[in-house]
Design a protein around this ligand. Structure first.
Ligand code: HEM
Length: 336
């Protein structure tokens, strides 16, 4: 089935649907200072059925989660600048092969497809960084989560740093205090941390990311004590010692539905990643928020919208940036 674009009105009740203030930027005509003109932005690609972009990708249900994750990995490393999408090139290792991304980040093809559709319709206007943030929002909507308005106007970076990604992105072994510190450094509160971790309401992770906690937590030679016995035995079966670490399991009990099941699982000591379970088991400040979200889905939805908006805040790329790339993977010929 070919992707056919058609003009449709925005769908669903977006929170904060008022005009969105934007910083001035190159490559986009500005109306009143700081505002992107409505006519400058092509309609977000939809299939001929009127469904948003990933509808045709739902054959692989997981790709929505994989696309949502791209916002985290893009925005944490030097701002939301599309750098996570850049392929390595001579003189630039890029972020794709960094510790947290290699063999793990996926569904770059979905972004390629959206970019191609937009370039076809409106060349050189919508940056790859903006595509990631809009697609992440759509991923949440498509799986049953809240809807919100996305500010546009991010520029794409001309470079991507392997080292910065290695130094910044958190490990699944991280504990609550490390995560609190990391997020605080990016102006994200404890509530933001817990809400954003609730993105693990959808998607999967590999045994690679949890074998240490099943068999050798903190070098103890023992499993993480903060695990429900029946759940641990299910994970032992999924991820036996010495087994295939590429095997995947759901990050919560309902990995295709965006809901607050993730928090209920943490309270029941059924968190998949150590970095998830630690939010309930190791710190009273994060535990308090986990408890609230486990019993109040609306509070979670409100907080994750705030967290996604804060994390997705447009910033100027360190290298000045560009918006006119034809592909999110490579610079246009002549780019530096
Ligand atoms: C708090 C720190 C976080 C850590 C340590 C972390 C770590 C991880 C790890 C290890 C995986 C599985 C990777 C694999 O096994 O290949 C994963 C998956 C995922 N993460 Fe996170 N994450 C964090 C926060 C976030 C945030 C803030 C978001 C989004 C806004 C996010 C979205 C996702 C999604 C949707 C998946 C599933 C992806 C898929 O199925 O392909 N994570 N995360």
């Amino acid at each position: 089935m070919a992707l056919r674009l058609r003009v449709v009105p925005p769908r669903g009740p977006a929170r904060g649907g008022a005009p969105l203030p934007l910083p001035r930027r190159r490559g986009v005509r500005q109306g009143a200072p700081g505002r992107l003109l409505r006519r400058d932005v092509p309609r977000w690609p939809r299939t001929s059925s009127g469904r948003p972009w990933p509808a045709r990708k739902l054959r692989e249900a997981r790709s929505v989660a994989s696309v949502m994750r791209l916002q985290f990995h893009d925005c944490f490393v030097n701002g939301c600048d599309g750098s996570v999408l850049m392929d390595p090139r001579p003189g630039m290792e890029g972020e794709k092969d960094s510790l947290s991304n290699i063999n793990s980040l996926r569904s770059f093809d979905v972004v390629d497809e959206i970019k191609a559709a937009l370039e076809d319709r409106c060349p050189g206007v919508v940056s790859c960084a903006d595509i990631i943030v809009m697609a992440a929002r759509d991923a949440v909507v498509l799986t049953g989560g809240p809807n919100w308005a996305v500010r546009l106007g991010r520029d794409d970076s001309l470079t991507a740093s392997h080292n910065d990604s290695d130094n910044i992105m958190p490990s699944p072994r991280a504990n609550a205090s490390t995560l609190i510190r990391l997020f605080a450094g990016l102006n994200l509160s404890i509530t933001d941390l817990v809400a954003l971790s609730g993105s693990h309401s959808i998607g999967k992770a590999r045994c690679f990311s949890i074998v240490f906690r099943l068999y050798n937590q903190s070098g103890s030679g023992q499993p993480d004590p903060n695990m429900d016995m029946a759940y641990r035995s299910a994970l032992d079966t999924l991820c036996p010692q010495g087994g295939d670490e590429e095997v995947t399991g759901g990050l919560d009990a309902t990995p295709r539905v965006f809901d607050n099941q993730y928090f209920k699982d943490l309270v029941a000591l059924r968190g998949f990643l150590n970095s998830d379970q630690t939010l309930f088991s190791d710190d009273v400040r994060t535990q308090r928020v986990v408890k609230v979200f486990s019993s109040n889905q609306d509070a979670f939805f409100k907080a994750i919208v705030e967290g996604m908006v804060k994390m997705g805040e447009p910033t100027e790329p360190q290298d000045g940036g560009d918006t006119s790339q034809l592909s999110c993977r490579q610079l246009r010929a002549g780019g530096t």
